[in-house]
Write a protein that binds this ligand. Structure first.
Ligand SMILES: NC(=O)c1ccc[n+]([C@@H]2O[C@H](COP(=O)([O-])OP(=O)(O)OC[C@H]3O[C@@H](n4cnc5c(N)ncnc54)[C@H](O)[C@@H]3O)[C@@H](O)[C@H]2O)c1
Ligand SMILES: O=c1ccn([C@@H]2O[C@H](COP(=O)(O)OP(=O)(O)O[C@H]3O[C@H](CO)[C@@H](O)[C@H](O)[C@H]3O)[C@@H](O)[C@H]2O)c(=O)[nH]1
Length: 480
């Protein structure tokens, strides 16, 4: 029986290994992690991450050919294929701080593999890493090899949160990079055989190591670039009376451009886009390519501009002051169908509003009170580091209440900001909400999901990203 061990039981390690276990009953899969609480949760009724469809799969396979364990060394030693799916955050200190990927967790995993291995291994980079990381890992392993043959493969993951299971069941492509030697090609074939249990062969792409590593960064940069492009257009739409939804529909109808990923928003979030583009920028700079670095840097700058622009709209519309005013925040996760808040635009928006002395009442169906408190206290990039580097028992952020109902959040509020596109926000009783709010009552829709016409009929003053402006808002330009 082929034995797979995955180091890192996070948003990638957990779902990908669960799907491999489901699709390959003849393979034994063990997911290991140094975090005892995470492993305990994977072995419990309450999984550590919320992902539609995941619970069913875990329940089907757990205890049969899918196991979660904190016994990292034993399971690594016994495995034939080791996936490394640990976090690769942005460095917060030292050389490359604020840009370069921090490979501390990756390197310690590689050293541990070298320490405990007694048989040949295929080591698979599942984490998103800088191009050429495989070479560094090869060096660590070969300097400590004790005669063991290690083959390193790059197999970046393209799943998106909220649709992870769907993406894993039916991937656009599976990418495997390896050495162009006979041993390298043999290792590629072994991994290909795993995916071939359910992925059609023509969707399994094989490349050299560096192309696979770089393709992951490139794919995320291209995706994020589309959002920054449409968000940049949204500012111009507001200035000219064009409607960004109509513009993206018209643009996306061109089959060369395509319609996906053209929704204007308060900004992209999530643990990957910003981190991976910063990483790409740093790699370009290190390779003496400042023009290329600046090109990609602009994607992040436009994203920051979009978040700032949204807050400016809120404050300027409300007579340039939100001091002491209650503002309801609907949605805190970085997108719907996940409880993940890493780099969510809600953090920046909330922090800015708090700086302007607003009182916030936050509602999200999947994010815990503790997580929101932690996020509002944490410094940039700290979220992706070990727990001991994060505020341990967050003291309550004053002026923030976290409630479990959108109506409660909006009661007596002056304004509502919609920051995550949860489906339930489409069907709220906005008349009831309006009746219980201070007047004038504002809705700032950061996800373009409300029916603007209906809400204006109720009496709301509505701001929707990139849409023709309410006359009220038009007269109050958002100047930074
Ligand atoms: N989240 C996504 O949607 C996504 C998608 C594609 C790729 N990625 C990439 O995959 C990687 C993992 O992302 P994630 O979101 O799953 O991260 P995560 O933080 O949810 O999980 C990483 C896990 O690795 C564990 N870990 C760290 N060092 C360890 C060690 N030495 N031994 C054992 N366990 C260790 C941590 O405790 C943590 O539970 C990152 O490189 C990320 O960029 C993420
Ligand atoms: O038209 C759009 C599409 C997305 N977003 C926002 O962009 C962010 C990222 O969304 P999405 O890409 O769907 O989720 P992620 O889970 O971050 O997935 C991205 O990052 C992963 C980690 O690298 C990759 O594996 C995926 O392919 C890539 O889509 C979220 O805040 C979305 O709300 C928009 O604002 N407009």
């Amino acid at each position: 029986m082929v034995k797979i061990c995955c180091i890192g039981a996070g948003y990638v390690g957990g779902p990908t290994m669960a799907v491999i276990a489901l699709k390959c009953p003849s393979i034994q899969v063990v997911v290991v992690d140094i975090s005892v609480s995470r492993i305990t949760a994977w072995n419990s009724e309450q999984l550590p991450i919320y992902e539609p469809g995941l619970e069913d799969i875990v329940k089907q396979c757990r205890g049969k050919n899918l196991f979660f364990s904190t016994d990292v060394e034993k399971n690594v030693a016994e495995a034939d294929i080791i996936f490394v799916s640990v976090n690769t955050p942005t460095k917060t200190q030292g050389l490359g701080a604020g840009k370069a990927a921090d490979l501390t967790y990756w390197e310690s995993s590689a050293r541990m593999i070298a320490d405990v291995s007694t048989s040949n291994k295929i080591v698979v980079e599942k984490s998103t890493v800088p191009v050429k990381t495989a070479e560094a890992i090869e060096k660590i392993l070969s300097f400590n090899s004790k005669g063991i043959n290690y083959q390193i493969l790059s197999n970046p993951e393209f799943l998106a949160e909220g649709t992870a299971i769907q993406d894993l069941f039916n991937p656009d492509r599976v990418l495997i990079g390896g050495r162009e030697t006979p041993d390298g090609q043999k290792a590629i074939q072994t991994l290909k055989d795993v995916y071939a249990h359910w992925v059609p062969e023509d969707r399994i792409i094989t490349t050299n190591l560096w192309s696979a590593e770089l393709s992951k960064l490139a794919a995320n940069a291209f995706l994020a670039q589309r959002i920054s492009s449409v968000n940049a257009m949204s500012a111009l739409c507001e200035a000219t009376g064009a409607d960004v939804s109509q513009v993206s529909h018209a643009v996306g109808k061109d089959t060369r451009i395509g319609s996906k990923f053209l929704n204007a928003s308060v900004g992209f979030g999530g643990s990957c886009f910003q981190k991976d583009i910063l990483n790409l920028v740093y790699i370009c700079e290190c390779n003496g390519l400042p023009e290329v670095a600046n090109y990609w840097k602009q994607v992040i700058k436009v994203n920051d501009y979009q978040k700032k622009r949204f807050v400016n709209r809120v404050v300027s519309s409300m007579f340039n002051t939100v001091s002491g005013k209650k503002i309801a925040i609907l949605g805190f996760a970085f997108k719907k169908d996940t409880g993940d808040t890493r780099e969510t635009p809600a953090i920046d928006v909330c922090k800015e509003l708090l700086r302007d002395r607003a009182r916030l009442s936050i509602y999200d169906p999947q994010v815990t009170v503790d997580q929101i408190q932690r996020d509002l206290l944490m410094d940039k990039f700290d979220w992706d580091h070990a727990v001991h580097l994060q505020p341990m028992s967050p003291s309550t952020v004053k002026k923030v209440s976290i409630v479990w109902d959108a109506y409660e959040a909006a009661r007596d509020a002056h304004a509502i900001c919609i920051l995550t596109e949860w489906d339930e926000f489409k069907t709220l009783d906005y008349q009831r909400i309006f009746d219980n709010m201070q007047k004038p009552a504002f809705v700032f829709d950061g996800r373009n999901m409300v029916n603007v016409k209906k809400l204006r009929e109720i009496g709301f003053i509505v701001y929707s990203i990139g849409k023709p402006l309410d006359p009220w808002i038009k007269d109050m330009p958002a100047v930074a």
